[in-house]
Design a protein around this ligand. Structure first.
Ligand code: HEC
Ligand code: HEC
Ligand code: HEC
Ligand code: HEC
Length: 319
C-alpha cells in the first residue's frame, strides 16, 4: 500500500502549511474579570476572562482578516454592536469550531482545528464548495441525458468523466449508501449499479485529491470494500464524511441567509465545507501541527452549545 509523492508538489504544499506565530500569553491574573462583567454582548465565549478574550480576538484577526483587523467584524465605535455580518457569522463559526474539537474527536483527535485550519488569513477559505448547477435543459434534447456526467474539466472529480456533483450527493445530507460492492452472490440487499458506483468513485477521487494521497492510503486495492484489509485511516475518513455532513447541515447551510448575496452561488446556494476546506492537499491539515495546546488556544475546546437542530433533511435520492 504504497504512497507516491511528487517532490515539487510536496515542497509547495509544505510551504502552504505554515502556522502563524502564537499571540503572547498574558501572565495569569486571578483578578481579571470574566467577559460578562465587562462586555455587553458576548454570547458564546462566556467562559473566558477578559485577558483570554482579547488574546483570542487578536488571533481571530490574524487568522481571518489580517489586513482589516478588528474592523472587519466590528464597528470600532461600538464593539458590542452586531451590525457587521462577519461578526454574526463568526459567532456561529466559534460554536462550530468548539463543536468540532469536542464532539468530533473521532476524526480530529487531539489535533483539533482553529479558524486558521480553514481560513489561512482569508475571509473566504479555499476549498469551500457549492452545489454544481448542472447542465442546460436543451442539451438533453440534442444529445440525450448525460446523467450528470461525461463533462470535461470538473476539478472536484479530477477532470474525469465521473458524475460532477458527488459532493452535494454525499456531503450535505444523510446520504445514500456510499458502498457499492455487493456482499452476496445475487443482487440483493444494497442497491448496486454501475451508475451508483460512479457517484461513489467521484467522491473517492475528491477525497484522495483533498488529502493529496492515492486510493491505497485507505484501501487495499485488491478489495476496495473489505474493512479488515483497509488502513486505520479509512476509519478516520468514515467519521470525516459524517462530520462534514453535520457541519454543513447544522452550521454552513443555516449561515447562508446571513451572508451577502455576492457570497452565494449564481443559484443562491450557500458555501459549504468539504475535506479540502481543512486538509488543503495534506493527509493531516497543517501536517498535524497542534494549535490548541497550552500556549496556543485551548479555549477553542470550550463548552459547546449546539444551535437548535434543523428539521432532518430528506436523504438525496440518487438520480
Ligand atoms: C473575525 C471576526 C472578529 C474579529 C476580526 C474581531 N472580533 Fe471582536 N468579536 C467577534 C465576535 C463574534 C464577538 C462576540 C463573541 C461572542 O458572542 O461570544 C466579538 C466581541 C468582541 C468584544 C465584546 C464587545 C461587547 O461589549 O460585547 C470586544 C471588546 C471585541 N470583540 C474586541 C475586538 C478587538 C479589539 C479586535 C481586534 C484586535 C476584534 N474584536 C476582532 C468577532 C471578531
Ligand atoms: C471547517 C472550516 C472552517 C473553520 C474551522 C472556520 N471557518 Fe469560517 N468559514 C468557513 C466557510 C466554508 C465559510 C463560508 C465562506 C464564505 O463566507 O463565502 C466561512 C465564513 C466565515 C466568515 C464570513 C466571511 C465572509 O466575508 O463571507 C467569517 C467572518 C468566518 N468564517 C470566521 C471564522 C472564525 C472567526 C473562525 C474560528 C472561530 C472560523 N471562521 C472557523 C469555514 C470555516
Ligand atoms: C481517505 C481515505 C480514502 C481514500 C483516499 C479513498 N477511499 Fe474509498 N472509501 C473510503 C471510505 C471511508 C469508504 C466507505 C464510505 C462509507 O461507507 O461511508 C470508501 C468506500 C469505497 C468504495 C465502496 C466499497 C464498498 O463497500 O462497496 C469504493 C469502490 C472505493 N472506496 C474506491 C476508492 C478509490 C477507487 C479510491 C481512489 C480514487 C479511493 N476509494 C480512495 C475511504 C477512502
Ligand atoms: C474540520 C476540519 C476537517 C475536515 C472538514 C476534514 N478533516 Fe480529516 N482531519 C482533520 C484533522 C485535524 C485531522 C488530524 C487528526 C489526527 O491528528 O489524528 C484529520 C485526519 C484525517 C485522516 C487521518 C490521517 C492520518 O494520517 O492518520 C483522514 C484519512 C482524513 N482526515 C480524511 C478526511 C476526509 C476524507 C474528509 C472529508 C470527508 C475530511 N478528512 C474532512 C480535520 C478535518
Amino acid at each position: 500500500m504504497l504512497q507516491i509523492y511528487d517532490s515539487g508538489y510536496a515542497a509547495q504544499v509544505v510551504a502552504d502549511n505554515k502556522i502563524p506565530e502564537a499571540e503572547p500569553v498574558d501572565e495569569p491574573d486571578p483578578e481579571a474579570p470574566m467577559v460578562g462583567e465587562v462586555h455587553k454582548n458576548v454570547q458564546v465565549l462566556t467562559d473566558l476572562n477578559v485577558l483570554e478574550f482579547s488574546r483570542l480576538m487578536q488571533a481571530m484577526s490574524t487568522w481571518v482578516a489580517p489586513e482589516q483587523g478588528c474592523e472587519f467584524c466590528h464597528n470600532p465605535n461600538d464593539l458590542a454592536s452586531d451590525e457587521k455580518y462577519p461578526k454574526v457569522v463568526s459567532r456561529r463559526m466559534l460554536q462550530m469550531t468548539r463543536d468540532i474539537n469536542t464532539q468530533w474527536k473521532t476524526h480530529v483527535a487531539d489535533t483539533g482545528v482553529t479558524c486558521w485550519t480553514c481560513h489561512r488569513g482569508q475571509a473566504v477559505p479555499s476549498g469551500d464548495w457549492f452545489r454544481h448547477p448542472g447542465e442546460g435543459e436543451n442539451m438533453q434534447n440534442i444529445i440525450g441525458n448525460r446523467f450528470e456526467q461525461n463533462i470535461a474539466g470538473v476539478q472536484a472529480v479530477g477532470n474525469s468523466s465521473l458524475p460532477y456533483d458527488p459532493l452535494s450527493t454525499y456531503l450535505n445530507t444523510e446520504a445514500p449508501n456510499i458502498r457499492v460492492q455487493g456482499v452476496t452472490a445475487l443482487p440483493t440487499g444494497n442497491r448496486q449499479s454501475i451508475r451508483q458506483a460512479e457517484f461513489s468513485y467521484g467522491l473517492m477521487i475528491y477525497m484522495s485529491q483533498s488529502l493529496g494521497v492515492n486510493c491505497s492510503f485507505c484501501h487495499n486495492t485488491r478489495s476496495l470494500a473489505a474493512w479488515d484489509q483497509s488502513s486505520p485511516q479509512r476509519v478516520t475518513a468514515w467519521y470525516g464524511i459524517r462530520m462534514v455532513r453535520d457541519l454543513n447541515v447544522n452550521y454552513l447551510n443555516p449561515i447562508a441567509p446571513l451572508l451577502p448575496k455576492f457570497r452565494l452561488s449564481a443559484e443562491g446556494d450557500g458555501p459549504k465545507v468539504g475535506c479540502l476546506t481543512c486538509h488543503k492537499g495534506v493527509y493531516k491539515p497543517l501536517y498535524g501541527q497542534r494549535m490548541l495546546e497550552e500556549g496556543g488556544h485551548p479555549e477553542l475546546r470550550g463548552p459547546v452549545v449546539r444551535p437548535p437542530a434543523e428539521p432532518a433533511s430528506a436523504a438525496v435520492a440518487l438520480r
